[in-house]
Design a protein around this ligand. Structure first.
Ligand code: AMP
Length: 177
């Protein structure tokens, strides 16, 4: 496979979005690129090829794009984690702390069956709060987390330490927040 720096070059960085001091790592430029999108998915497929996985759990919203493509290759279904108020059927909810205030995620009550082996997918790992909340929700429904996959990791925000009980895999890393 070509060096991972090619993938890094396809991510667009937008300074001070959505607030001053944040470097927004925009993956739309990577997934718009036919080679880049295929490379990213192929690398995940290669990594998880021999891991038994029953369901890919994709986190709103950029996680849906990666999770859908990956599930297709791994021959699994996709379950989705959404922000509060978006899902039409009965849900289970989890409120979690942000730097200021709280956020709430939901899944349908029947999204995960007890004992299912779940791979959690999002575009980016920052503090790990979103992924941790998603894992807790999945575990509350009886699912087992076999791994968490991200295109981008921001190591300085120490999400990996927060999620130390899980097996994490990211394709590329960026310095800073
Ligand atoms: P966290 O819960 O802190 O790990 O944040 C992860 C979520 O926030 C992911 O769904 C990302 O899409 C988004 N996110 C956090 N920081 C950034 C960033 N610097 N650039 C792009 N997306 C980000």
């Amino acid at each position: 496979m070509p060096p991972v720096d090619y993938l890094k070059d396809l991510v667009r960085t937008i300074p001070d979005f959505p607030k001053p001091g944040i470097q927004f790592r925009d993956i739309t430029t990577l997934i718009q690129d036919p080679w880049g999108f295929k490379q990213a998915i192929d690398r995940f497929v290669e990594h998880y090829r021999y891991t038994p996985i029953d369901v890919v759990v994709a986190i709103e919203s950029r996680g849906f794009i990666i999770g859908g493509a990956l599930a297709h290759h791994l021959n699994t279904g996709v379950a989705i984690v959404r922000k509060k108020g978006k899902l039409p059927f009965k849900t289970v909810k989890l409120e979690y702390a942000l730097e200021y205030g709280t956020d709430c995620i939901e899944m349908h009550v029947d999204a995960i069956r007890p004992g299912q082996r779940c791979l959690v997918v999002d575009d980016l790992l920052a503090t790990g709060g979103t992924c941790q909340a998603s894992c807790q929700l999945i575990e509350r429904m009886g699912g087992n987390i076999v791994g968490c996959a991200f295109i981008i990791e921001l190591p300085e925000l120490k999400g990996r330490e927060r999620l130390s009980q899980y097996d994490l895999h990211s394709l590329i890393e960026f310095d800073g927040e």
